[in-house]
Structure formats: C-alpha cells, structure tokens
Design a protein around this ligand. Structure first.
Ligand code: CS2
Length: 491
C-alpha cells in the first residue's frame, strides 16, 4: 500500500489532509529544486492558501538533477507527509499542493513549456547556494562555470536554474505573455538582488535586448526563509509508515518554527501567503542578515566544530555545555552587534529561540549535512560578520574558530584520521591544497585564504583576520576540537 488519494479516507482522523478539490487546482507556481526544504516551507504555506479556497496556486516542482523526488512523489499523485516534530510530540499532515514533479535533464523542453504557461505567475527556487553559478565573494555570475558555458551554447536545453529561467522568460516574451516573478528561497545574501544580477547578466550574454527586457520587466523579490528541515532517514520512513498504515516514499520531517519574510514586489498575482504567517515587507535585508548571521552562522560553526568533536547531530553538539556556550557567545558578542535589527525584533529573544531550536531532540539534523558546500556558505554566514567587526576595530575569536574548524574539516580527515566525506564544489581543490600543505596548519590556512571566491582580496591581507584563524587552526591540530572549545576565554 502506497500513499495516494484513495488512501486518504482511511488515515487516522488526527492526520490532516487536503480538504479542497485537488482536481480543480491549476498550476500557478513552478518550483525549481524540489527538495525537503521546499516541501516543509513554501509548499506548506501554499497548502493553506489552497485549503482556503484559492485554487490557482498548485505547484509543479522540478528537479534539476536526479529523478528521486519524482519517482517518490508522482506515484503518490504528489502527496506526502509533513511531520512537525516539537520534541514532545509529532503532528502529521498530508500536503497536496504539489501537482506534478518534472525531471529537468530528462526533458528540458517540458519544464520550459510549463514555466512559459500564462497561468504560471511565480517561479520559486531552492537550488542551494551553488545552484546560482555565481561567485560567492562578489555575487556576480561565474561565466566560466561549466553549466553556464553549456547553457550559453545550448540555450534551449539548459542545465542550470539560471538557464531555465532565462529560456522560459524568452519564450514568454516571444509569446507576449507577462513574465513570472522569480522568488529565490535560498540562503543567499540579498537573494533577490543576487539572482536578478546573475539572471540579467546571463540573459544579456545571450542577447542584449533580452538582458534589457529582464532588467526592465522581471521582478525578483528578496526573501528570508527559515525552517530547519533535516534530510529524511529510513528510520523516519518506517515511523511514518507505522503512523499512516501505508508507505510514503518521501515524508519530510521538520520543526514547529517557520518564518517567511518576502519583499512585496511582485509583477502579477500572488498567493495571499501573508494570511498564513508570511510577512510581506518593503525591505527584507535586516531580516536576512539577522537570520544568515545568527542562525546559519551558528549552524555552520556547530557543524564544523561539532563534527570534529565527534557529534553526529546538532542536538548532540548542543548537549556539550562548552560548545553550546561558545555558540551562545558567538551570537551575543560577535554576530548580533553587527546587525541592524528588523523593526520590532528582539535580538535576545531571537538568540534564545535559536538555542532552543538547535536543542530540539526530535530533529536528527546531521552536522555533516550542514557542513556541505561550506565554500558557498562561509561568506554570508561568517565572513561578512568578520569584515564588519574588523572595520569597527573589534575582535573575531569565535568567528575565527569557526573558520578554522571549516579548514580542518575540508582536509577530509577527522581527528582520529578517519576520512570525512567532504561535499563541496571545491572539494578537488581542497584535496590538492591539503596534500601540498603536508599537515602544516600555517601552510594549509594560507593556501585556503588564497581562494578568492571565498575570502575575497581583503581578508587574506588583513593580519587581524588571518592571525586568529591560523592560531585557532593550530590549536585544533594541537589539542583537538573539544579542548580548543573548552579553552575559549569567557566573553
Ligand atoms: C543549514 C540550513 O544546511 C544548512 O546549511 O544551516 O539549511 C538551515 O537549517 C536553514 O537555513 C534553517 O532555516
């Protein structure tokens, strides 16, 4: 037995399910990058819009790489379980917002046709930081990226999200259909602006007039998205099968907290997400900085230090009092003072809620998962904070330890000499750097500082930055993560 519309009436009455007529739902949104985060976040907000009777906003999801999500969801007619885990109980709902999942590489034209349809008003994206083919330090399109080179040569059969957006926009323009709004839901700094820059540049490389059209006509609102969504495990699947009495090939686990702040700048109709908790504002940047620097900055620090110290999950890492203190101090004394807080936000309450969320024992959020793609994450999570502090003449000891832990991590060997599965677009470069450094922390740090797409040109030249990072890296090699964390002086 597999989750499907026929099974819905047989589920336990405590499990919520679509009460609207799914057959009448039309496609208003195409989503690129249909992973667990989208299904726990944007799709969950949209589900409430549909349940409230506005049936224009069904979602067609697309995977830009693997067929796994399509193979899991399409036999279930798009249905999946969202399990909200508070630590004291589980709350299950079946989500019906996803109408179909396409696999882009199997038929790029099918995805482009769908994106070009007039009833599609919004294309949302969660393709992760690296999916925008940009240079993380500058936010500019990486014109040498193999996918970009490919997509410029084959605009009708693109591989990258950027290539798909531009080809679909070109089609709409040719057919006199208004452009869709591009809604980036990834943790990039100024995500709307960044995606606008990258997409406009790509379009003008294809054709100057197309570039002008994108710049003039297409809206790219910025967003701040927040919900912790660990990768689904087989254990989760069996638990859900038990609760449903039927198999769900890909349920999603998440936490109760959810936040979505959206710049109110759409080119056409949009779902009334604000009726279900989303905040529509004029300026997202203060929210985004707060979230990237406090939540994600702490997350990455916990991930690298926690992994090196032997902790598998964030909650386990947080059960180490010295590490939890370090994270609390990192937020309070180093990151928060660099923020212009959003109107009405209480930074102390926000910090406290983050510590509590990280401690959620029901979420098995692996440090390894968060450690992925550090080359794409460090700039907006830790390095921007470091820059602001150095400009103000302030210390960066905890940030430096986070950066040093990343350096130790990307060598691919843990403290016991066991291999680390380092997933990062720069993984090959890290290997070459590690072997050339021959175990010397100073040489390792200097070579990594030389990666300009991460550190830019300024930080490697500033001894107030490099000094503390090298010192922390030496300590990590000499004493290990646990002792280095414990030796961090009180703030
Ligand atoms: C995490 C984020 O994997 C990661 O890098 O820091 O996915 C984090 O869980 C979300 O941004 C929370 O909103």
């Amino acid at each position: 037995m597999r989750l499907s519309p026929d099974v819905l009436p047989k589920l336990a009455s405590t499990i919520r399910r679509p009460a609207y007529d799914r057959n009448r739902v039309t496609t208003g949104i195409v989503h690129l990058g249909i992973g667990a985060f989208h299904r726990a976040h944007q799709a969950a907000y949209t589900e409430q819009v549909l349940a409230n009777g506005d049936l224009r906003w069904g979602i067609v999801g697309a995977s830009l790489r693997s067929p796994d999500t399509r193979d899991a969801l399409n036999p279930q007619r798009g249905l999946y379980t969202l399990n909200v885990r508070s630590g004291t109980g589980d709350d299950l709902a079946i989500i019906g917002a996803i109408k179909d999942v396409l696999v882009a590489p199997e038929s790029p034209s099918a995805l482009i046709e769908t994106m070009a349809r007039a009833d599609v008003k919004i294309v949302t994206l969660t393709v992760t930081e690296k999916g925008y083919c940009h240079d993380p330090a500058t936010g500019e399109l990486n014109e040498n990226h193999p996918d970009i080179v490919h997509d410029l040569a084959h605009p009708q059969a693109p591989r990258s999200a950027v290539g798909f957006l531009v080809e679909a926009l070109a089609k709409r323009r040719a057919h006199g259909v208004k452009p869709f709004t591009v809604l980036c839901c990834d943790n990039l700094p100024s995500n709307g602006k960044t995606v606008r820059r990258v997409v406009t540049r790509f379009a003008s490389l294809r054709d100057k007039a197309l570039g002008d059209y994108v710049a003039r006509e297409v809206k790219f609102p910025s967003t701040m998205v927040d919900r912790i969504v660990p990768a689904t495990t087989d254990e989760d699947r069996s638990m859900i099968a038990q609760a449903l009495g039927t198999t769900d090939a890909w349920p999603v686990m998440t936490e109760p907290f959810t936040q979505w702040v959206i710049e109110d700048d759409f080119g056409d109709a949009r779902p009334a997400w604000e009726q279900f908790g989303a905040e529509l504002v004029n300026d997202v940047e203060p929210y985004e900085h707060m979230k990237l620097r406090l939540l994600n900055g702490s997350h990455s620090t916990l991930a690298y230090l926690g992994y090196l110290a032997g902790y598998q999950t964030v909650a386990e890492a947080m059960s180490d009092p010295a590490l939890a203190q370090l994270i609390s101090d990192l937020m309070e004394y180093e990151s928060a003072p660099t923020l212009h807080m959003p109107p009405g936000a209480d930074v102390a309450a926000y910090r406290a809620s983050l510590l509590q969320r990280f401690r959620n024992p029901a979420l098995k959020h692996r440090t390894w998962q968060i450690a992925m793609d550090g080359s794409q994450k460090l700039p907006q999570r830790l390095l921007g904070t470091a820059r602001d502090r150095l400009a103000a003449g302030q210390s960066i000891d905890r940030i430096a330890l986070g950066v040093a832990a990343w350096m130790r991590y990307v060598t691919g060997l843990d403290e016991k000499g066991a291999p680390i599965d380092v997933r990062d677009p720069l993984a090959e470069r890290f290997k070459a750097i590690t072997s050339a450094a021959k175990g010397d922390p100073e040489a390792l740090a200097q070579a990594l500082f030389g990666i300009e797409t991460i550190f830019g040109q300024d930080l490697p030249r500033d001894p107030r930055f490099t000094g503390p990072v090298v010192a922390a890296l030496k300590a990590l090699y000499a004493k290990g993560a646990k002792a280095t964390i414990a030796a961090m002086p009180k703030a």
